[in-house]
Design a protein around this ligand. Structure first.
Ligand SMILES: Cc1cc2nc3c(=O)[nH]c(=O)nc-3n(C[C@H](O)[C@H](O)[C@H](O)COP(=O)(O)OP(=O)(O)OC[C@H]3O[C@@H](n4cnc5c(N)ncnc54)[C@H](O)[C@@H]3O)c2cc1C
Ligand code: FES
Ligand code: FES
Length: 1364
């Protein structure tokens, strides 16, 4: 290849040409987009390839074929220098508010698929890429307005993108609305057609494929007709075009210099290894033809090391399509299917096969590719110095880690010949299968263990059964240096007649081999997976002496689960998810009560919505990063940096010593007290800020914080308090004010005396949960004149930020203006926990008199954030033989961490939902423990979710003790209205408002509960390795309405500006407020002809404009903000009515515009503010709902699939059913995360070790219920509520316990079976199911050795039969 070198980097973004002659080569595309262009739609959510917030479209042009290739990439990992001659499209490039939105944006808005909006541009780009590429397929032409995409492809398009707000269902609907095979009737609530209306394609924003975006501009095509490679010694970026050239580049490097030279393909390895620093030399090896080939011949397929995983999948699929029945066809397809679960589409599109294998070889990366290719007998070609060497993959992996000069050229998957003599055989087949057990079925999660097996299976003339030969049993990713072959097991099985006994022995052998290294989580579980997979592979061969059914490789699933129920098969949705929403639209207070789409949803989708980090930096801006403690209790002796010279760009480090005179070391406050900003001479928990390093860029600040070394000293210090038990020993508690201390109800001793049975001192433990808002904590502080400061903060309580900043800087409150426009997800984490971030930033800006901003990297955010309160619960309960509970006592130790925060409220919060059942008598002793951990804070339904869970755990325990159906125990203990009044004194409302019994009954019929219970029973009888469970759960969730301010101003042209105390976090507050303003102001023109909705704008919170904003929390801020606005509007209406009447007399009719113009002329005061203070009778009320969930667990892997969830939730009269539906679904899915997935782990010092997307797994589209039905009950008139509405933000999260309880029910069935296999008493099956019920937890309860138990039982049955 002739190489034409260019010293300038040329590329296009959204059709604009960029030419750079100076660039730091470690710059990522995302850094460039966000800091050096006006295109800020791509967001930083994780910086490690795990969230999709940064996804953009990359287009490449092939001048020879005149073809454009379009695919998504994660811009946070893609190096800018690798984009020479490429075109980038971001969400604002698809459309925007100026040029018109793209139908994707419009449909995301119309399907209510954007809440906080931080994930939305990335989602839109993932979908856009799928649409673009569908056009290039040979699928039949779709109807006008649709794409050549199937619904499951449309849904899969966003499989790797995380959303923490919506629960994914509406996003899936927006995507599916483009699919050619969509039935529009299946799509959910949207703003295009109303309930009962004929849904028709013409109402959807029209999608025209041909007019769609030009992803590759003509000027760039012309420019790159002669391929010019960006190759710049000056910028240390090299693009060799031959192996020889690459060698000479590497040859010139000293060996010990190796770490500073980097071969680059997709650079996705950075997502795992986080090499923050830059190298001296980047060598882009994608332009070496040999590394990019895919060559197929009669002996196999050879794939160049630089080929992307996506391209490899495509090639393997094509090869397989040509010969679907052949062995190699099956192998290629299985390898491709397995690879399709690596990372996400936007990772696979640039991640190379070679990069993966090199990471596995050199850095012990838990690779899938290494394992599956090992079983496929792959070979690799290497360039070592001047030599080319061919190794088996096994030799490659087992070699000592290669140095940076060794180049992986290709990997070859051979086509296997049968190796043994066939003369005496009846039949012989080659089998190949791959496995992975990971928390997310569709990918974007490393496996706990992966495996791939190859075997030649033969039947011989004179023997009954099959003989295995040539076995290759590969296992990897379980905490081993690299993928291995279980040689001993292979040798043991090879050439032998497969029998139950043989399989049993092989499995025992395997257990001794698959042993994870020390410090790997869930070691026993990982070993058990190996056993499960081997059973899955070989089990069906044992029972089948013939070879039928193995033509295309083993149909293992079908064989293991050959009795699956027909009814269920019919019920199982044919695509990933389906859903139904039932909502009632109330017109009485038009437009309140209508499912208006979210205010600003389109600009959120296009990426124009401005979050704190999107505000452009002024020229002299500096950036901060926290240096935090890694010790729980130690003296801080000093901070230095790893390198001798200060890191690049560092301006200074701010510590407690830099707090100005007159200021205090305060970083957060709540009504219970203050919290220090920085550790003083003593650090009191791992994660405590010790310093704030300030540098010229965010990257430099992060790098500096990363290489900061804190010197600690623990001499003569008491050991830290790290557990609640230690806190009890040392009486380390926070005071609970008497008004928050739960009151005793009834007489516990009497209740116990009346009981027939007692459970004494049963223990439950609950862990923490991290917020995982997509936008991490961020602030931007700008010093202003006269000792003032303006701080933009992503905060749920700007008023508190103002107070804390003023106190820290020692200036009056009116010198501090805190502005919050929107928050990219809060969930409680941006209330108190946002304050230290804003304060540190303000302090740095104040001291340095320069603007300072910070956007926390995900790891620091996770380490510092705190999260939900862990706790230990002991309960004693008395109950009658019929299941009626007579008394409950709880001892609860709440781990609050180091400072009060809002922890003293937790007991009060917990007791509310816990009282959902009539416990007879209830007594509680709660202690809020002060420990040396990060301060725990409010997280969506703080305390409430634990309280509700504890109630269910008690009920489950009682039912299990009595061997009763748990649903009937629930029902028996539900409150009557009389008992409700006793338990919820002052909040129970009127009898007709107690809708829970009705909701529970209605759910039984709407979910077909009883019929399904029976079907599940049958299913469980005839399925060994899959069990199902179902559960129906009620909730009662008290909330409190708090005082809130509002201000409404009508401008000259009739447009309206509204300010409220509440912050828009994605919960739809602005939308409801707009509706309320339009309704209330509309009262002035009683004919209702003027729809004012479009005339209302809600603006950012500004602490100097509207005071007493308080907290946005507790689910009621929307309604109280609405009420405050209503009061303002009422005052305005009162002022306008006399004028309107006068004008009406003079002119007949009066329009809004005319009225306002005249009002201005006649000096009517058109601005009104109000402070809504709920009266005592309306401040507290109860919310009701119920859910039925059904799950299926896999006894071999511990995986839980949520088959279906039905929810009914009472919203009073919803202010906006679309918004409330979004809150219900989103909260429920966040609850699934808490109960099923999210492991928030710390090390022994309390330092958080689940510190990113690799280890912390929030729900994705493939982990939500397959069928998700939600009904919003419109329970009519509630006099004391805001226009009869009730809250929806937090209570539905509690309903997710239904999934946990259903899992418990399924596990119970599994345990019965295992006990029967073991010959034990099947009735004794009391157990605790931990939260979260992750795969290892479920599997452990189903028996880590259940495979052995099963085989053993079969063997002994056979023995018995042969003896009889
Ligand atoms: C979010 C995410 C999820 C992932 N999930 C999975 C998963 O589930 N399973 C799985 O198996 N993998 C997974 N991966 C790993 C992914 O497959 C690898 O990151 C990727 O294949 C590396 O390829 P790359 O081209 O980006 O390599 P780069 O990052 O460019 O390079 C990686 C390393 O290999 C070296 N290198 C690259 N090519 C060569 C070569 N030809 N010769 C010598 N050295 C070379 C580089 O110098 C560098 O040190 C995931 C990655 C991400 C980011
Ligand atoms: S920010 Fe790039 S994937 Fe998360
Ligand atoms: S809308 Fe998806 S993260 Fe908030």
């Amino acid at each position: 290849m002739d190489k034409i070198e260019g010293k300038k980097l040329v590329f296009a973004i959204n059709g604009e040409r960029f030419e750079l002659s100076s660039i730091e080569p470690s710059t990522t595309l995302l850094e460039f987009l966000r800091y050096q262009t006006r295109f800020r739609s791509a967001k930083l959510g994780c910086g490690e390839g795990g969230c999709g917030a940064c996804v953009v479209l990359l287009s490449k042009y092939d001048p020879v074929l005149d073809q454009v290739e379009d695919f998504t990439i994660s811009s946070c990992l893609t190096l800018l220098c690798s984009l020479n001659g490429c075109s980038i499209t971001t969400s604002e490039g698809l459309g925007n508010s100026k040029d018109g939105f793209h139908p994707i944006h419009q449909r995301f808005a119309g399907f209510h698929a954007s809440q906080c909006g931080f994930c939305t541009p990335g989602m839109c780009m993932s979908l856009f890429s799928a649409l673009c590429n569908s056009e290039k397929t040979s699928m039949p032409e779709p109807p006008p307005g649709f794409a050549k995409l199937t619904i499951s492809e449309a849904e899969k398009a966003i499989a790797g993108n995380l959303c923490r707000c919506t629960g994914y269902r509406p996003i899936a609907d927006a995507c599916k609305s483009f699919a050619a095979d969509v039935d529009l009737e299946d799509l959910g609530l949207n703003s295009f057609w109303g309930k009962g209306e004929n849904e028709c394609a013409s109402k959807l924003p029209f999608y025209c494929r041909r007019d769609d975006i030009c992803t590759f501009p003509e000027f760039l095509k012309r420019e790159i007709k002669n391929k010019i490679l960006f190759n710049s010694e000056e910028y240390s970026w090299y693009t060799p075009v031959s192996v020889e050239e690459l060698q000479s580049l590497l040859g010139s490097e000293e060996a010990d210099y190796g770490t500073r030279v980097k071969l680059v393909v997709g650079n996705t390895g950075m997502g795992y290894y986080k090499e923050l620093g830059h190298c001296n030399k980047y060598i882009d090896i994608r332009h070496i033809p040999e590394l990019s080939i895919i060559r197929r011949d009669s002996t196999g397929i050879e794939i160049g090391a630089a080929v992307s995983i996506s391209r490899a999948i495509q090639a393997l699929m094509e090869e397989s399509k040509g010969r679907p029945q052949s062995y190699e066809g099956v192998v290629f397809k299985k390898i491709a299917d397995h690879m399709d679960k690596i990372g996400s589409k936007f990772i696979r599109n640039t991640a190379s096969l070679g990069g993966n294998l090199v990471m596995a070889q050199r850095n012990q990366f838990p690779s899938d590719i290494a394992t599956i290719l090992l079983a496929a007998g792959a070979l690799v070609d290497l360039q070592i110095g001047t030599k080319r060497i061919k190794l088996t993959l096994e030799e490659f992996l087992e070699s000592p880690p290669f140095d940076f000069k060794i180049i992986l050229l290709t990997a070859r998957i051979p086509i296997l010949e049968q190796t043994i003599d066939v003369s005496s055989k009846i039949q012989s087949r080659l089998l190949f299968e791959t496995y992975r057990a990971a928390p997310r079925p569709l990918g974007n999660a490393l496996p706990y263990l992966n495996a791939a097996f190859f075997a030649q299976v033969s039947t011989y003339k004179d023997c009954d059964g099959v003989i295995l030969e040539g076995l290759r049993l590969a296992f990897g990713a379980y905490g081993t240096k690299h993928a291995i072959r279980a040689r001993k097991v292979e040798e043991f099985l090879n050439g032998k007649l497969l029998s139950l006994g043989l399989l049993f022995e092989a499995i025992k052998l395997l257990r001794g081999i698959i042993v994870p290294e020390d410090h790997v989580s869930h070691p026993a579980y990982r070993s058990s997976l190996a056993v499960s997979f081997l059973l899955d592979f070989l089990g069906p061969l044992v029972d089948n002496s013939g070879m039928d059914g193995y033509v295309n490789g083993p149909q293992i699933d079908a064989k293991v689960e050959n009795n699956s129920d027909k009814f269920y098969d019919a019920m199982r949705p044919s695509f990933l998810s389906s859903a139904k929403q039932v909502v009632e639209v109330a017109k009485k207070y038009h437009p309140v009560g209508e499912p208006i789409k979210k205010a600003g949803a389109e600009i959120q989708a296009s990426g124009e919505a401005v979050y704190v980090d999107d505000i452009p930096s002024p020229k002299d801006c500096l950036y901060g990063a926290f240096i935090y403690s890694t010790r729980p209790l130690a003296r801080v002796k000093g901070i230095t940096f790893k390198s001798s010279s200060p890191p690049d760009g560092v301006v200074g480090v701010i510590t407690v010593k830099e707090i100005p005179k007159g200021g205090d070391n305060v970083g957060a406050r709540s009504i219970f007290g203050d919290e220090p900003l920085f550790a003083d001479n003593l650090t009191r928990y791992a994660g405590q800020p010790i310093g704030f390093v300030v540098a010229d860029t965010q990257k430099h600040a992060n790098m500096a914080a990363d290489c900061a070394v804190v010197e600690y000293d623990t001499e003569n210090l008491e050991p830290p308090v790290l557990t609640v038990e230690e806190a009890v020993k040392k009486s380390s508690f926070f005071q609970i004010p008497p008004f928050l201390n739960p009151k005793q109800i009834g007489n516990f001793s009497k209740g116990m005396a009346e009981s027939d049975h007692k459970i004494l001192s049963a223990e439950i433990r609950l862990g923490s949960q991290y917020y995982f808002y997509l936008e991490t904590q961020t602030a931007f502080a700008v010093p202003d004149e006269d000792n003032c400061i303006v701080v933009y903060s992503s905060s749920q309580c700007p008023e508190n930020a103002q107070i804390v900043i003023a106190k820290c800087l020692g200036i009056p409150h009116h010198n501090v203006r805190v502005i919050t426009r929107r928050v990219g997800g809060g969930f409680g984490g941006k209330a108190i926990r946002s304050l230290p971030v804003a304060t540190a930033c303000a302090l740095a800006a104040h001291n340095l008199q320069r603007p300072v901003r910070i956007y926390l990297d995900r790891k620091t955010d996770m380490i510092m954030a705190g999260g939900r309160h862990p706790m230990k619960i002991n309960f004693s309960v008395g109950f009658k033989s019929n299941g009626i509970i007579t008394a409950l006592h709880l001892d609860i130790l709440i781990n609050a961490g180091i400072s009060e925060d809002v922890s003293p409220v937790i007991p009060y919060n917990m007791i509310g939902p816990l009282k959902k059942y009539n416990w007879g008598a209830l007594s509680v002793d709660m202690k809020v423990c002060r420990t040396n951990h990060t301060s725990k804070s409010a997280m969506r339904a703080p305390g409430e979710v634990q309280g509700s869970y504890i109630a269910e755990a008690v009920i489950e325990h009682v039912a299990s003790t009595l061997s009763m159906e748990v649903d009937s125990v629930r029902e028996k203990n539900l409150h009557t209205f009389e008992s409700l009044k006793v338990f919820y004194e002052g909040a129970s409302g009127e009898a007709f408002e107690y809708t829970l019994p009705y909701v529970m009954d209605r759910l039984v019929s709407s979910s077909n509960f009883h019929q399904r219970v029976e079907v599940i029973r049958q299913f469980n009888c005839c399925n060994k390795w899959k069990k199902r469970g179902i559960s129906r759960i009620p909730i009662v969730h008290p909330v409190m309405v708090r005082p809130t301010p509002g201000k409404v101003s009508i401008l000259n042209d009739g447009s309206v500006v509204v300010e409220v105390g509440g912050i828009e976090l994605g919960q739809g507050l602005w939308t409801k407020v707009k509706q309320m303003a339009a309704f209330s102001l509309g009262q002035v023109l009683l004919d209702g002809s003027n729809n004012l909705l479009e005339r209302v704008r809600v603006i950012q919170a500004d602490t100097l404009s509207l005071i007493q904003g308080g907290f946005t929390s507790g689910s009621t801020t929307s309604e109280s903000s609405c009420e405050a606005v209503r009061l303002c509007c009422n005052a305005l209406v009162e002022r306008l009515i006399p004028l309107k009447e006068r004008l009406q007399e003079q002119m007949g009719t009066v329009s809004w515009d005319m009225l306002i113009l005249q009002a201005h002329l006649q000096a009517v005061n058109l601005s009104s503010s109000a402070f809504y203070v709920p009266d005592i009778t309306s401040a507290h009320y109860l919310n009701y709902g119920a859910a039925v969930s059904e799950v299926e667990i896999d006894l071999l892997t511990g995986a839980t699939m949520i088959l279906r969830t039905d929810i009914i939730y009472d919203c009073g009269q919803s202010l906006n059913p679309a918004v409330d539906l979004g809150q219900i679904e989103g909260a429920f899915v966040q609850g699934i995360g808490f109960f099923m997935l999210e492991e928030y782990l710390t090390n022994s010092d309390g330092l958080v070790v689940s510190e990113g997307t690799w280890t912390y797994k929030i729900p994705t589209i493939d982990t939500i219920p397959k069928q998700f039905n939600v009904e919003i009950l419109n329970s009519g008139h509630h006099q004391r509520r805001v226009l009869s509405s009730k809250a929806s933000g937090e209570p539905p999260l509690l309903l997710a316990v239904s999934v946990h309880c259903a899992t418990r029910a399924a596990i119970k069935e599994a345990r019965k079976q295992v006990l029967a296999w073991n010959g034990s008493d099947a009735s004794n099956s009391t157990f605790q199911l931990e939260v979260p019920a992750t795969m290892p937890v479920v599997k452990e309860l189903c028996g880590l050795d259940n495979v052995e138990s099963y085989l053993q039982s079969l063997l002994s049955n056979r023995q018995k039969l042969s003896l009889s």
